[in-house]
Write a protein that binds this ligand. Structure first.
Ligand SMILES: *Cc1c(COP(=O)(O)O)cnc(C)c1O
Length: 391
């Protein structure tokens, strides 16, 4: 009797399993562990959004099966958001699709666009679900190294012509997880030109499009002329409005891809609960004061953590987006060795960079989505226990 397919069997063990075990052991030994490994906002969903959810629960018609493409209110809200934030027009009828969180859509996009054996380009280091979805769909992964010397942007000219011509799909992600790299429209222009030349669908993951600091505004790939011919962009309410548990996101852009994805989805799910879609529509179109306020909190934390890391000899600079810090580990350590040392010396969990791909080796990721007082405590312990690293 066989209980799992080859595709499931070949999935590597959960990357955080070892770490979680160690975390539990330390907690049992009485250590006050501070987990900077998770990317889940500590700030609560703003109240006007939760109020809207409660209001929508009063209507029994909201309890029926939702429309699997998303209710029109939600799709219109996404279109309004794109017009307001990026001055991009998208048709709520054909160019917007609601998702049960953007991860759902990113994963289902792969078997929607490619057949088994076909090539998919994905960034390394990158958000692990891209690789997993490619593997589950029987695709062939070609990794695009993201190197610091190139601002963590893939170098399209380095992709061999034969690979580029075989590729059917390419993932991009800016502001980036785990690299915290940000780009300007010019990068997206290059990406669109490359995709057009080689007839590749671009899936741009814009989960952090609104988590930006100072004067920086993250562009949409759809701001590039002709982008809709090749690109779709995934957005999420999760990080912008601290709504990770709500499971609501969307994809906008190329209508052929969106139509194909809606066919896949209509056969696998039936959409997100309508009150959640309505509250999400309200989040996108209502007051954005909460976004600004939350970003100010992240920016403050990022500044203090950057200063602290520099003080212990880590080479890092302030970033323009995401709530992550991605920095090289000090000389003489692998990513795993450094993460282990930090955990053992300070009880602080950071993520070793190789968890995000082989080109993540030599780096670590630290998340700022923990309460400020915990972050301050982590900084205090790191400064006290880790200065030896500079010697
Ligand atoms: C958090 C995250 C997502 C997932 O967002 P959901 O909408 O909650 O599924 C997608 N991409 C990246 C890079 C993320 O960090």
């Amino acid at each position: 009797m066989r209980y799992q397919s080859q595709r499931i069997a070949q999935i590597p063990p959960y990357m955080f399993a070892e770490f979680n075990k160690k975390k539990r052991m330390m907690q049992e030994a009485g250590v006050d562990v501070i987990d900077l490994g998770i990317g889940d906002p500590d700030l609560p969903t703003p109240q006007h959004i939760t109020d809207k959810l409660a209001e929508e629960l009063a209507y029994p018609e909201n309890f029926k099966y939702p429309s699997f493409i998303g209710c029109l209110d939600f799709r219109k809200a996404v279109a309004e958001f794109y017009k307001r934030e990026f001055n991009v027009d998208v048709d709520p009828e054909t160019e917007v699709l609601a998702l049960i969180g953007s991860k759902e859509g990113l994963a289902h996009l792969v078997p929607t666009v490619i057949d088994p054996g076909e090539v998919v380009l994905a960034p390394d280091p990158g958000y692990p679900p891209y690789r997993m979805a490619i593997s589950l769909a029987g695709g062939q992964l070609y990794t695009m190294p993201l190197l610091q010397e190139y601002n963590f942007e893939p170098q399209f000219q380095n992709i061999p012509e034969t690979i580029a011509n075989q590729a059917k799909l390419m993932f991009l992600n800016y502001p980036g997880n785990p690299t915290a790299a940000t780009v300007d429209t010019n990068f997206f222009r290059q990406a669109v030109a490359f995709a057009e030349k080689h007839q590749i669908v671009i899936a741009h993951d814009a989960a952090y499009n609104m988590v930006t600091f100072g004067d920086y505004r993250a562009p949409s790939i759809l701001q590039v002329d002709g982008a809709k011919k090749v690109a779709v962009e995934f957005g999420s309410l999760s990080k912008t409005y601290s709504m990770t548990g709500w499971r609501i996101g969307y994809v906008v852009g190329n209508k052929e891809v969106i139509k194909a994805l809606s066919i896949y989805k209509s056969n696998t799910d039936t959409g997100q609960f309508t009150p959640i879609q309505k509250a999400a529509a309200y989040a996108l179109t209502g007051s954005q004061g909460c976004v600004k306020a939350n970003n100010e909190v992240y920016a403050e934390r990022m500044k203090s953590m950057t200063t602290a890391l520099k003080a212990i000899g880590v080479k890092t600079e302030e970033t323009r987006g995401t709530f992550f810090i991605w920095a090289p580990v000090p000389d003489g350590y692998t990513s795993a060795e450094f993460a282990n040392r930090v955990l053992e010396k300070t009880g602080v969990i950071i993520t070793p960079g190789d968890a995000f791909g082989t080109h993540g080796e030599g780096y670590f990721r630290l998340s700022l989505s923990v309460p400020t007082d915990r972050l301050t405590e982590a900084i205090h312990r790191m400064k006290k226990e880790l200065t030896i690293i500079t010697n």
